[in-house]
Design a protein around this ligand. Structure first.
Ligand SMILES: Nc1ncnc2c1ncn2[C@@H]1O[C@H](COP(=O)(O)OP(=O)(O)O)[C@@H](O)[C@H]1O
Ligand SMILES: [Mg+2]
Length: 304
């Protein structure tokens, strides 16, 4: 009985890659997945979008910034033995030294949340520019990779369910915020607080950061409430919303207990297909082609 998990969890075998690749962005896109409510689908969205982008042929890095380490679990990374984001944020260990490859994907990497990460917020308090620790580490790493001819296309940072120093670091390090919204009671209430924090970060730390992407999670189209929430989000964030709701789906919730994303656990299930479609749309919006299209529309070129 050395390891019961070995027998119960099918390992990811082989490399998953789509036939139709996704477009590379003009420059590295750094996303922070934030919402201070717990259980809204942050981690699920972060790992599955990352996995889908990687299957689309893009080079992706997931940074697990939640001390609970759920993103590591879903990516099959055993964080017990690893140095991780605590060492980077508090001990100045280069990001390149904590990053590990994720099995089953052509180019997916993860910077794990080590077990010490829970202490990072307290241990960073005394530092000068404590809010910019992640930004500095990430910039250095991305520059190294670019110089080595191995540019990362997407960085996806999974945040804890709070607006503490870890989330502030993530908002300072990113240009784009992805907000998962669970189509449930009170789901929009917490958004006000997130927007306020974001505004402060914009004023004090990072002018460029903004919400670019909203994903509706655990959507149950049969309920009136879910449709009401979706409509409200549509009205307030018409440009940011990716209007492809992720259905509430058992396969999505089962995947982490097999140390997998749903993209490998059951790629043809409705949940996996929805995340794949959302990822493709994110990639399309970030590609040169999409901005050309927008310019053409603005110039009235579509009528020509
Ligand atoms: N679309 C979905 N269908 C079913 N269960 C889901 C779905 N998305 C997330 N879950 C489950 O809901 C719980 C909370 O999701 P999680 O991504 O961990 O949220 P957060 O990171 O915001 O705390 C997890 O148990 C997850 O497996
Ligand atoms: Mg989480």
């Amino acid at each position: 009985m050395n390891d019961s998990r070995e027998t119960s969890s099918p390992k990811v075998i082989g490399i998953r890659r789509l036939k139709e690749p996704m477009p590379t962005p003009l420059k590295t896109r750094v996303f922070t997945v934030a919402n201070q409510k717990g259980g809204v689908g942050k981690t699920t969205t972060a790992v599955n979008i990352a996995a889908a982008l990687a299957m689309g042929g893009l080079k992706v890095l997931v940074i697990d910034l939640d001390p609970q380490g759920n993103a590591c679990t879903a990516l099959g990374i055993d964080r017990e033995e690893l140095a991780g984001m605590y060492e980077v944020l508090v001990k100045d260990l280069p990001l390149s030294e904590v990053i590990t490859k994720v099995a089953g994907f052509p180019y997916l990497e993860c910077a794990p949340a080590d077990v010490d990460l829970a202490g990072a917020e307290i241990n960073m308090v005394g530092f000068v520019s404590r809010e910019s620790r992640l930004k500095l580490a990430l910039e250095k790493f991305l520059a190294e990779r670019e110089a080595a001819g191995a540019r990362i296309d997407y960085v996806i940072i999974d945040c804890p369910p709070s607006l503490g120093l870890l989330t502030i670091n993530a908002l300072t390090a990113a240009e784009e915020v992805m907000v998962p919204i669970q189509c449930e009671y009170y789901s929009l209430e917490g958004l006000t607080l997130l927007l306020k924090t974001l505004q402060q970060v914009q004023q004090m730390l990072n002018q460029k950061v903004r919400i670019t992407t909203i994903v509706l999670t655990m959507f149950d189209s049969r309920t009136r409430l879910a449709n009401d929430v979706a409509n409200t989000v549509r009205q307030h964030f018409p440009n940011e919303l990716i209007d492809i709701p992720i259905p509430r789906a058992v396969r999505i919730s089962e995947a982490p207990s097999f140390n997998q994303t749903v993209m490998t656990y059951d790629a043809s299930s409705p949940g996996a297909i929805a995340y794949m479609t959302v990822a493709r749309e994110i990639a399309r919006r970030g590609s040169g082609d999409a901005s050309k299209q927008i310019n053409n529309l603005n110039n009235g070129a579509h009528t020509a």
